[in-house]
Design a protein around this ligand. Structure first.
Ligand code: 13P
Ligand code: SF4
Length: 321
């Protein structure tokens, strides 16, 4: 059952209240680029999955980490920094990738491939991480794969699209788990091709969670922070941005002189269940942030033995730099 948040007094100045509580609670607010603009603006640190995991690990002075992202990200913060109270505005902010690879199914897959090294994308639960040899994010995945001895066969999950991208990029054969991001897999190659024809000077930049036929149209492929960096440093003027729409806010601020075009998506169902906005990321609101800081709930709690097992593959990743 999804949790039902309390109703917040609509006359409250939420920005002022959040600021007051942030100080009173000695809290650090971490936010992913897919959060709503207001949330990105009030965060102490914005970043991609890897940067935020490092920020959480290094949050020495804070007593509370408020994670404005999805559940696996807040869980990762708790794994790397267990002494802190970790709160998330909405406990039901999940991730289609994490849902698609539960730990028991990964265990069964491993049993059928006993000699394989298990690389899991950070978009998975703590229990799934605990079954893995090493974790990767979209910004370090290539380095992680290249760190594995050539003679060791690899199981990669849960994202088959990131996996297929890495197979091409590194030349390493890997067995791929059949998961996908519900947002990135709705992007339409046909519509992107049409948009490129309409804007011939625009470069198409894409996240590796996109399907292969979409990535084939891309001028640059990278994690959210790499896409942001590309738009800032590249000599071009126009970009079709192939990832979740939230990042356009920070991109516009970082490169105000550039023209940014949202990626077109395929309306695959009459009710449009798929679009370029992540319904999980967008569960977080200012009201829920206020309540999370006020009540220090909902918290991420974890069994210590599970945390230790999940930490090991994360530490292997972080040790790669
Ligand atoms: P990065 O921010 O690490 O590129 O990941 C994107 C994503 O889908 C997070 O859920
Ligand atoms: Fe998960 Fe996709 Fe949402 Fe990222 S954008 S949190 S991968 S569902």
């Amino acid at each position: 059952m999804p949790s039902v948040p309390a109703i917040v007094d609509p006359s409250l100045d939420l920005f002022a209240e959040i600021d007051r509580l942030r100080k009173a609670r000695k809290a650090v607010i971490l936010a992913h680029y897919y959060q709503d603009p207001d949330i990105q603006d009030l965060a102490d640190h914005l970043g991609d999955s890897l940067e935020l995991a490092k920020r959480a690990r290094d949050a020495k002075d804070a007593e509370v980490i408020l994670f404005c992202g999805v559940h696996f990200m807040a869980e990762t913060a708790k794994i790397v920094n267990p002494g802190k109270i970790v709160v998330i505005p909405d406990l039901d902010a999940g991730c289609s990738l994490a849902e698609q690879c539960p730990a028991d199914q990964l265990r069964a897959w491993k049993q059928r491939h006993r000699d394989h090294y298990v690389v899991m994308y950070i978009n998975c639960s703590a229990a799934t991480k605990a079954e893995s040899d090493i974790i990767c994010t979209s910004s370090n995945a290539e380095r992680v794969i290249r760190s594995i001895p050539q003679d060791r066969p690899i199981l990669f999950g849960p994202d088959k699209n990131l996996g297929a991208f890495l197979v091409k990029k590194t030349g390493r054969a890997m067995d791929l788990w059949p998961g996908a991001c519900m947002v990135h897999e709705t992007f339409s190659a046909q519509k992107i091709a049409a948009l490129k024809a309409k804007h011939p000077r625009a470069k198409f930049i894409a996240h590796p969670e996109c399907e292969d036929h979409v990535l084939q149209l891309a001028d640059f492929v990278g994690s959210t922070s790499k896409l942001l960096e590309f738009v800032q440093q590249d000599q071009g003027q126009e970009y079709i941005v192939g990832t979740e729409t939230g990042i356009l806010h920070t991109m516009k601020r970082a490169a105000p002189q550039k023209t940014l075009i949202e990626v077109p998506y395929e309306d695959r169902t009459a009710a449009c269940q798929g679009c370029n906005s992540c319904p999980h990321m967008k569960r977080n609101t200012l009201e829920k942030i206020y309540l999370a800081l006020r009540d220090l709930q909902p918290r991420i709690e974890m069994d210590e033995s599970l945390r230790r097992r999940a930490l090991l593959p994360l530490e292997r990743m972080l040790a790669l730099g």
